[in-house]
Design a protein around this ligand. Structure first.
Ligand code: PEP
Length: 252
């Protein structure tokens, strides 16, 4: 594919940190950020620190997003946060369907698709996470699982919904485990995702960013990011150390 896509390195902090840690981590990232054309950096702090991080990033190119959202617009949904609230406080991106939400909160494909649509409708950029478990991979079901997760969203928003969205391939067996997909394994699934979209719209498929996530670290980032269809990384553990996060960005 000859399209040049920007590389996005996104840091998912998960439920880690404190106000002080957020301030110092973001300060260090802002200080060390490479000013490189074609490279974008995004941090995804927990909800309580979003506003302070957004304030700290004002007039910088570091983007800030959230880790989840409600599919509902407003109302009696205690504990939930809507897309318009995230937009209101200045977030630009939001994760949708992270495997920890699918597993620990039993989010199914339809709920994930509804969240994706809610994000799009509000003007946020959804980052759709897809990925298979080890059991599914070992049973030869990886492709079917990725297609099912992708198709649920395609059915809800059509291919046009992917014109301003991002996809993250995160094999569940590689998240937080220290096991990373080999570059050829990751590239195979990234190409599969792109070709699923290509069947409906080649332009959107050619320009969408598809990130790899799952124990990406400075030591393995370069070879993963060198793959043709890997347009960046969704980083968990390594995003909590500015040095590691920046080293991954440098590898890009
Ligand atoms: C993640 O949480 O999305 C993730 C990729 O985590 P880790 O990098 O720690 O595997």
């Amino acid at each position: 594919m000859s399209v040049t896509r920007k590389t996005l390195i996104a840091g998912n902090w998960k439920m880690n940190g404190s106000a002080a840690m957020a301030e110092s981590l973001v300060g260090d990232v802002l200080t060390g950020m490479p000013d490189q054309d074609g490279l974008q950096l995004l941090v995804l702090p927990p909800f309580p620190y979003l506003a302070q991080v957004i304030l700290q990033c004002q007039s910088h190119s570091l983007m800030v997003g959230a880790q989840d959202l409600s599919a509902e617009a407003n109302g009696a949904f205690t504990g939930d946060v809507s897309a318009s609230m995230l937009l209101d406080c200045g977030a630009s991106h939001v994760l949708v369907g992270h495997s920890e939400r699918r597993e620990l909160h039993s989010e199914d494909d339809q709920q994930v698709a509804a969240k994706f649509k809610a994000a799009l409708d509000a003007g946020l950029i959804p980052i759709l996470c897809v990925g298979e478990t080890l059991e599914q991979r070992d049973s030869g079901l990886a492709e079917a699982v990725i297609h099912r997760q992708l198709d649920a969203v395609l059915e809800m928003v059509s291919i046009q919904g992917f014109a301003s969205a991002i996809i993250a391939y995160e094999p569940v067996w590689a998240i937080g485990t220290g096991k990373t997909a080999r570059p050829d394994q990751a590239q195979e699934i990234h190409a599969l995702i792109r070709s699923r979209l290509e069947a409906q719209d080649a332009t959107i498929a050619g320009s969408i960013q598809i990130l790899y996530g799952g124990s990406m670290k400075p030591q393995n980032a370069a070879e993963l990011l060198a793959c043709e269809d890997i347009d960046g990384g969704l980083i968990g553990g390594a995003a909590l150390q500015a040095q590691d996060f920046l080293a991954i960005a440098a590898a890009a």
